[in-house]
Write a protein that binds this ligand. Structure first.
Ligand code: TMP
Length: 235
């Protein structure tokens, strides 16, 4: 597999073409941003941790019947994945109130929700990733009804699997954001990453935050928190 020209650089990853038109390489950076890129920094070792944690979780999800873009881990920071067209939606599940949900609805952080919630945001930095509903998504041809139903059912299944998985490792999965892509034949697969950048992880006993909120909120100890997640996920 030959790594070829860079196709794209995002806030946390770069994507490279390969000599196979159906495969690309993702390369995870240590760069960290928050508030739509307004706050910038680095978390040393983050790229390696997010690469390994994402790959571990995606392979685990595959065993539970969730199709993903994962193909092969190539190095500490690089992974071969299927080339997909990303559906421009941030798909967010919440089990416990936190972050923008708490702010929007005036609910204290840490209140367990009576049922898991599903939210969509339009992936558009220029617009600040606005919230979007099913009707908007259909009206703007972002996804079809069938695709949206499939995304929603995969997402709740992913939530059940991940919640159990993390519970066994002493971590409460508060909320998370995932993204889906479409392969050339129209198959919907889980793409992007699942990491402390994209999930809220609270220690089940101490309730300590073990995720990117340490960076967003200037709490310190982000490197140690990411290391701790790697240790508990991979063991
Ligand atoms: P929020 O409470 O800020 O809306 O975040 C909900 C979840 O989504 C949380 O686990 C962090 C994750 N997230 C991202 O992965 N990317 C983002 O740009 C934002 C705003 C949140």
């Amino acid at each position: 597999m030959k790594k070829m020209q860079q196709m794209y650089e995002g806030k946390a990853k770069k994507v490279y073409a390969t000599d196979d038109p159906n495969l690309v390489i993702v390369d995870y950076k240590d760069d960290a941003t928050a508030f739509n890129g307004e706050k910038k920094g680095t978390i040393s070792g983050k790229g390696l941790i997010n690469n390994r944690v994402t790959n571990h979780l995606m392979q685990m999800l595959e065993t539970h019947g969730i199709p993903t873009h994962f193909v092969e881990e190539l190095s500490e920071r690089e992974t071969l994945v299927k080339r997909v067209a990303i559906i421009p939606l941030e798909v967010i599940v919440r089990n416990t109130a936190a972050g923008s949900f708490s702010k929007r609805f005036g609910v204290e952080e840490g209140r367990k929700l009576s049922s898991p919630t599903l939210e969509f945001c339009l992936k558009d930095d220029a617009l600040g990733d606005p919230m979007i509903n099913d009707y908007h998504i259909l009206a703007l041809d972002i996804a079809t009804r069938e695709e949206l139903d499939r995304i929603s059912s995969y997402t709740f299944q992913i939530n059940r699997v991940l919640t159990d998985y993390f519970k066994q490792r002493g971590i409460d999965l508060i909320d998370f954001k995932i993204e889906f892509g479409k392969t050339p034949d129209g198959t919907i697969v889980l793409a992007d990453e699942i990491s402390p950048d994209t999930c809220r992880f609270w220690d089940s006993t101490t309730h300590e935050k073990l995720d990117k909120d340490r960076f967003r909120r200037d709490l310190g100890g982000e490197q140690e928190a990411y290391q701790e997640i790697l240790r508990r996920v991979i063991g």
